[in-house]
Write a protein that binds this ligand. Structure first.
Ligand SMILES: C[S@@+](CC[C@H](N)C(=O)[O-])C[C@H]1O[C@@H](n2cnc3c(N)ncnc32)[C@H](O)[C@@H]1O
Length: 272
């Protein structure tokens, strides 16, 4: 943790916000301090002031710091139980709605594993119904603040570790092996597109969205930012649209009046 030198720490986070547009004040203080401390140790800079100088001297270190602050850990079908409920409850309902365009937004999608996991479930449902032509109407948008991650999502080639929670039958069908990596099946790859979006700007990139997944992202945000984000999600969702949070995340305060639980255990909610 960055301790003691509080004025120095405040100056450092103001600098990061100014230089990189990374809205530090909306992230949990404890989390920022812990992650900055790791980078300070790695650069052998014991004070926030020295680390600030190191950032100016080394743009690559700045990139490493931002990468560490954003926490990009993810994998396909992370928390399979949640995807199981999505597959059995959410996907069939989205399909039955029969919208001219079904809009799905994976907010904080990291390197694409989450939006492609949903893409696989939609693809599978279409195949089972023998309605694959309707996949043309499915639009999945993955957004993240980290442009490098989005580049990986666009490339859509994954190491074995990314497939950790993927059932063997889905692995076989959806991930052709290419040069030791797992490529995303093109029919699923083309359902998804990616763009940069800072959730803390509270400007959803899509409107009338039928399903928003924002998992393992708000956990890093301060309470006020979480409240503002839930309002933004409520605005962006279509009537009856779904919101899925991470397993350790919850709706708090006023947001409880905006959504009703579909499956509280799996953190699946519906817009009221
Ligand atoms: C732990 S990953 C979660 C990935 C995926 N949703 C999952 O659950 O596996 C958190 C992601 O949120 C992104 N993130 C952090 N702050 C963000 C912000 N202000 N706007 C958009 N994305 C952000 C990070 O870049 C990272 O890719």
């Amino acid at each position: 943790m960055v301790q003691g030198d509080d004025a120095g720490f405040q100056a450092l986070i103001e600098k990061i916000t100014r230089d990189r547009g990374f809205r530090c004040s909306s992230y949990k203080d404890k989390c920022l301090r812990r992650r900055i401390a790791v980078r300070m140790r790695a650069k052998h800079t014991p004070t926030a002031g020295e680390y600030s100088t190191a950032l100016d001297a080394d743009p690559k270190e700045y990139d490493r710091l931002i990468r560490s602050l954003t926490v990009n850990v993810t994998k396909f079908f992370r928390n399979w139980d949640t995807y199981s409920v999505i597959r059995n409850t959410v996907v069939p309902e989205l399909w039955e709605r029969g919208e001219p365009e079904t809009r799905i937004w994976s907010a904080g999608c990291s390197s694409g594993e989450e939006p492609y996991s949903i893409g696989i479930l939609m693809h599978k449902h279409a195949a089972e119904r023998r309605e694959s032509a309707r996949l043309e109407t499915i639009r999945i948008l993955g957004t993240d603040i980290d442009a490098d991650c989005l580049g990986e999502a666009e490339r859509a080639f994954y190491a074995d570790t990314a497939l950790g929670d993927t059932p063997p039958a889905l692995r076989e069908q959806y991930f052709p092996q290419i040069a030791g990596l797992h490529g995303m099946l093109p029919e699923v790859r083309r359902l998804a597109s990616f763009e940069c979006n800072d959730l803390l700007a509270y400007e959803p990139p899509l409107q009338d969205v039928h399903l928003i997944l924002c998992r393992n992202v708000i956990i890093y945000f301060e309470r006020e930012a979480q409240d503002a984000l839930f309002s933004a999600f409520h605005r962006a969702l279509a009537r009856g649209g779904f919101l899925v949070l991470g397993k350790v995340e919850s709706l708090l305060g006023g947001a409880r009046g905006l959504f009703t639980p579909v499956n509280a255990r799996e953190r699946i909610f519906r817009k009221i």
